[in-house]
Design a protein around this ligand. Structure first.
Ligand SMILES: Cc1cc2nc3c(=O)[nH]c(=O)nc-3n(C[C@H](O)[C@H](O)[C@H](O)COP(=O)(O)OP(=O)(O)OC[C@H]3O[C@@H](n4cnc5c(N)ncnc54)[C@H](O)[C@@H]3O)c2cc1C
Length: 68
């Protein structure tokens, strides 16, 4: 898509891959990260939800920490 054409559809952006050792440490949350709604506000929200869910899934809850 030529950026000067303007948006009249959801563009498909290449899948962004974060290489090791940053793969589970850097979360891309821009609209371009959304597989369905890239280029629009909905894509920014979609990507933000994906990133937050990923971060929360990684979090170790205090109850899950092994006693020393
Ligand atoms: C003129 C125009 C009209 C639009 N109209 C619509 C519409 O009607 N409906 C719709 O759904 N979408 C519309 N869009 C698209 C929508 O605005 C974007 O899809 C959405 O804002 C993307 O959100 P984002 O959080 O991914 O990125 P952004 O909103 O671009 O946020 C990225 C932020 O990162 C900051 N940033 C960038 N680089 C750095 C850096 N190196 N260090 C620190 N900060 C940095 C930027 O300043 C910016 O605040 C429009 C876009 C434009 C330009």
């Amino acid at each position: 898509m030529d950026e000067y054409d303007g948006l009249n559809h959801h563009p498909t952006y290449p899948r962004a891959v974060v290489p090791e050792p940053w793969a589970d440490r850097v979360w891309l949350a821009g609209t371009e990260r959304s597989p369905q709604y890239g280029g629009y506000l909905e894509g920014a929200l979609d990507a933000a939800i994906w990133a937050v869910n990923g971060l929360l899934a990684q979090r170790t809850l205090p109850s899950q920490v092994e006693p020393a």
